[in-house]
Structures are given as structure tokens and as C-alpha cells.
Design a binder for this molecule. Structure first.
Ligand code: ATP
Length: 362
């Protein structure tokens, strides 16, 4: 999909902006605090229903206003179809719309708006907690495997119930139905994760070789969250959870299962991901994101939208050049921000929350 027009209302310092985006690279240039990242944030909200920046949900709403809105006219099916999508952050929570219809759940909106983002905090993906990395993996699966969301939700519901029983000293027989439900859902979505890792592994290797050959060979390291337990036993996952109940009660939570899975991108010339420098962690995160862009394109026929925030301060000129060449080859729609001139197909000047098309002064 590609965004043809983006409309933003009362988001951060942007009162009202209507932006006609082009295919290819759209550059947003302006001084610090102008509102460039907020434009990217608006697009990100369509794809995730939350920001990539820290802070509560309400900080995105412009001071003194009640609701932040983002609407987009998008082209789908290689331009053969058009949809109107929107999201609003109001006092009572998030609201989504597709073609004028209010949505009961936002997942329909997210499915229409696949977005990948590389921003100044992306290095945390490699060096921070596993939760963010799992979310990234599951984002990829959500788009390419249609049953994923259903299985994932069933598993999360079961897990929540099991953890509640652990905390409230529930008797063993109450655990069994939830453990069976979790096992059924987990088996299905772990198969999907295995498949995804199988697809992305060789692609990540190629991306690493193209983007940062100096780091050596890239390889995905995936851990399924079971810490080597043999899942092929006759009673499988449910059996393990039953046998581990006593220890889980001691620890106060379910210690094993796909909710503890993790994945990272390692390089033959680097040490453990935990020891990556900030710059190395950024490159690894970028390679992982690009590999996801490629898997998405291969499975769904078109790449997701790519957001690159403050690229010039994140990557040196050589890596920037390789990245942009890569994205142009993929025919991805890119939104990139910077404080100086950007190499873009279409430029916008951003100042005091206004987004103005046209050439921009360096
Ligand atoms: N809720 C809010 N209401 C009004 N203004 C806000 C709100 N939250 C942030 N701002 C302001 O909006 C602007 C948002 O800036 P943004 O981060 O988008 O700028 P930027 O152009 O990307 O800047 P930089 O180059 O420094 O990263 C800042 O000036 C900030 O002070």
C-alpha cells in the first residue's frame, strides 16, 4: 500500500496538516522541534495504534485539545484500489475508521497499514528487553499469517488465566483446561513463528551482506521460549506446564512458553548482541527491519511503508547511501526526516508544526 494523502489534526505541535505524499522517498526537512518526527509518528499510529516514542498515550494530543486524528487515503493492490483509513486518540481511547465505518477492533486498520520504522531508539531493539523483539516478530507474522492473531489472542487469554491461578493459589484441576487451550494455540502460532524464521533467516543474511559487510556474516538466533524442553513428548506443551506448576507457583508466573521467545541478529565479526556498541546495535536493528520489509514484500506482493527518523544522525553517509539504494530498488514508499537537505523524490519543509511542500533551504 502507499499513502497518497495524509491528514493530521491536533497531534503534538501540528494543528492541521494535509500532505500529498509521493511514491518513493518523501523527505521532511526543518529545524529541531519543528514537527518532523510527528509526521512520521502520525503514520506509525495508523499501523500500530501507539507511538514509537516514550510517554503516555495522551502526550500525542496537542496541548489544550481533546483529540488527535490521522487520516490517510491509501492506494492498495498496486494502485488498483483505494481506501480511506483513520485513527483518533480521544479522551475515551482509540477509535479507528476504514472507508467511513467505525471499527470495533483496530486490527483491521493495522492490517491495511503495514509500517516499519527505524528511529533514534531502534538500537534498544538489540540491547533491550526481549518484549520489543517479540513484538517485532509478531508484527511480521500478523501481516503474513492470517490465523496468527486469533491463535495469539487465545494463547494470551489462557496465559492470563493461568498466571491469575498461580497468584491466587488455584487448585490443579482449574489449570488443566487453560493449559490445554494454551497448548493448542501455542502449537499453531509457534509453527508460524518457525516458518517465519525459516523465511527471514536467509534474507537477513543477504541484507547484512549488502548493508554492512564489515560486520561479517549475519545470522538469526531464535529461541522458542521453552529453554530446550522436548516438545515432542506425548503430552507436549500442556504436559510441561502441568509438571512445572509447582515451580511456577514459587516464581509467581508461567516461566516457559512462547511468551518468553526471543530472536536477534548476530554477526560473525561481532560478539554477543548484549555487547554491541550503539552503532552496531543500530545496524543490526536496521538489517532486521529491512529483512522484514523483504519478507513482507515477498509474501504480500508489496513492501510496507518505511519510516526513517533523523537518518543522518543515526547512520554514516556510506550506510545511508546503501540503505536508500536498497529501498529504492524495492519500490518502497519512504518517509525520512532530517535537519538538512535530504536526497528525496519529494521534499517538504516543516516548521512550527506546518508542513509545506516544495524545495527547502539547507
Ligand atoms: N502534546 C503536545 N502539544 C503541543 N506540542 C507538543 C506536544 N508534544 C510535543 N510538542 C512539541 O511538538 C514539537 C514536536 O517535535 P518533533 O519531535 O516532531 O520535532 P522534530 O522536527 O522531529 O525535532 P527534532 O529535529 O528535534 O527531532 C516539539 O516542538 C515539541 O515541543
Amino acid at each position: 500500500m502507499k499513502i497518497e494523502r495524509l491528514q493530521i489534526g491536533d497531534l503534538r505541535n501540528i494543528g492541521s496538516a494535509s500532505v500529498a505524499l509521493g511514491a518513493g522517498v518523501n523527505g521532511f526537512v526543518g529545524p529541531n522541534g519543528a514537527g518532523k518526527t510527528s509526521v512520521l509518528e502520525a503514520v506509525y499510529l495508523l499501523g500500530y495504534g501507539h507511538s514509537f516514542r516514550k510517554g503516555g498515550r495522551d502526550v500525542i494530543v496537542r496541548d489544550g485539545c481533546t483529540t488527535a486524528t490521522v487520516f490517510a487515503e491509501i492506494a492498495v493492490d498496486q494502485g488498483r484500489g483505494h481506501r480511506r483509513i483513520g485513527i483518533a486518540r480521544a479522551r475515551d481511547g482509540w477509535h479507528g475508521k476504514v472507508d467511513g465505518e467505525e471499527l470495533g477492533t483496530l486490527s483491521e486498520l493495522f492490517r491495511l497499514a503495514p509500517v516499519c520504522c527505524f528511529e533514534p531508539g531502534s538500537h534498544h531493539l538489540m540491547t533491550g528487553a526481549a518484549e520489543e523483539r517479540r513484538a517485532l516478530l509478531d508484527w511480521g507474522l500478523f501481516h503474513v499469517e492470517h490465523n496468527f492473531l486469533d491463535c495469539w489472542r487465545r494463547y494470551q487469554r489462557g496465559l492470563k488465566q493461568r498466571n491469575a491461578l498461580i497468584r491466587t493459589q488455584g487448585v490443579d484441576t482449574w489449570f488443566e483446561p487453560w493449559e490445554r487451550e494454551m497448548a493448542d494455540a501455542a502449537q499453531k502460532f509457534e509453527e508460524m513463528r518457525d516458518r517465519y524464521i525459516g523465511w527471514i533467516g536467509p534474507i537477513a543474511e543477504e541484507v547484512g551482506a549488502a548493508l554492512c559487510p564489515e560486520l561479517g556474516a549475519a545470522a538469526i538466533n531464535y529461541k522458542n521460549g521453552w529453554r530446550e524442553l522436548d516438545l515432542s513428548t506425548p503430552d507436549g506443551r500442556a504436559g510441561w506446564w502441568a509438571r512445572e506448576r509447582a515451580q511456577d507457583r514459587d516464581r509467581g508466573y508461567t516461566r516457559r512458553g512462547p511468551h518468553r521467545a526471543d530472536w536477534r541478529l548476530g554477526f560473525s565479526e561481532l560478539g554477543q548482541p548484549d555487547h554491541y556498541s550503539r552503532g552496531q546495535a543500530k545496524l543490526a536493528a536496521l538489517c532486521l527491519m529491512l529483512a522484514q520489509v523483504l519478507v513482507h514484500r515477498e509474501k504480500l506482493g508489496a513492501p510496507p511503508i518505511v519510516l526513517l527518523d533523523d537518518l543522518a544522525s543515526e547512520l554514516d553517509a556510506q550506510h545511508q547511501g546503501r540503505l536508500m539504494g536498497f529501498l529504492r530498488q524495492l519500490d518502497a514508499q519512504v518517509l525520512v526526516t532530517g535537519t538538512h537537505h535530504l536526497d528525496a523524490d519529494r521534499l517538504f519543509h516543516v516548521e512550527h508544526g506546518n508542513v509545506i511542500p516544495g524545495p527547502t533551504e539547507p
